[in-house]
Design a protein around this ligand. Sequence first.
Ligand SMILES: Nc1ncnc2c1ncn2[C@@H]1O[C@H](COP(=O)(O)OP(=O)(O)O)[C@@H](O)[C@H]1O
Ligand SMILES: [Mg+2]
Length: 241
Amino acid sequence: MTTTWGKPEGETSEQTAEVHRRWFEKNQAMRRDRWQERAKVPTRFHHFSALDLPAGVRTEVQGFIDGCVAGTDGGVGLLFYGPPGSGKTTAATVALREVLARASMDWLGRTPGLGAPIQPGRFISYADLIALQQRAFRSDDRGEAAQEIVDSLFLDEADNANVKILALDDVGKEHSGGSGFTVNVFHRLIRTRFDAAAPTIITTNIYPDAWADGYGEATASFLSEAFLTIPMVGRDRRRGR
Ligand SMILES: Nc1ncnc2c1ncn2[C@@H]1O[C@H](COP(=O)(O)OP(=O)(O)O)[C@@H](O)[C@H]1O
Ligand SMILES: [Mg+2]
């Protein structure tokens, strides 16, 4: 049997192009599935989409997603606030997962010479972030592993392990004690990410008028500048409303 360029006999160049296109698409789909797994969004939130969000919230979340997909988002994040059970984490995970499903590889962080991003999106609770940051001070393997995760959130220079879009869940739970350490880590994180045009999505039960008390004046004013603030207060969670 004779073949040219490993192409089955009789196959036209259009057919070859089609085979390549399908192979490429399958490859891309597998890569996006891996990104979703590595984002570590709890499974119970996987079946929601933007269509499930209350109308006003949906419009703002959709605008954010579209900005990331079009590559025009300059690092402005989303901040959902409201009481427990108002749908904050649901809205945050919808935004994260839809951006991971649709944004371009370049926006998500292709690194010249290193290729595709490894974990362009990540969900983490604020309590876990603080625990990681504390563990990173240990001078053993666990400390080193924690430091690597922390670095990926704080964005190392030119590293394809960087997390381009971060969902930080339940900010403020730790603030009852008002530890300077946690406030500091939080401020540095959102500031560094904003400066690197890497959006952060925050959920919190702290209302805007209490930010200054909980996080300090500087952080409060930065939050109002670098985030689109979305109240989940009194929202009707029923589909389509
Ligand atoms: N848009 C929605 N449509 C249907 N159910 C929702 C929606 N948003 C949240 N829920 C449900 O309400 C509950 C609380 O949502 P969650 O996002 O965890 O709230 P919060 O983070 O504000 O505490 C969950 O069980 C979730 O499944
Ligand atoms: Mg929540």
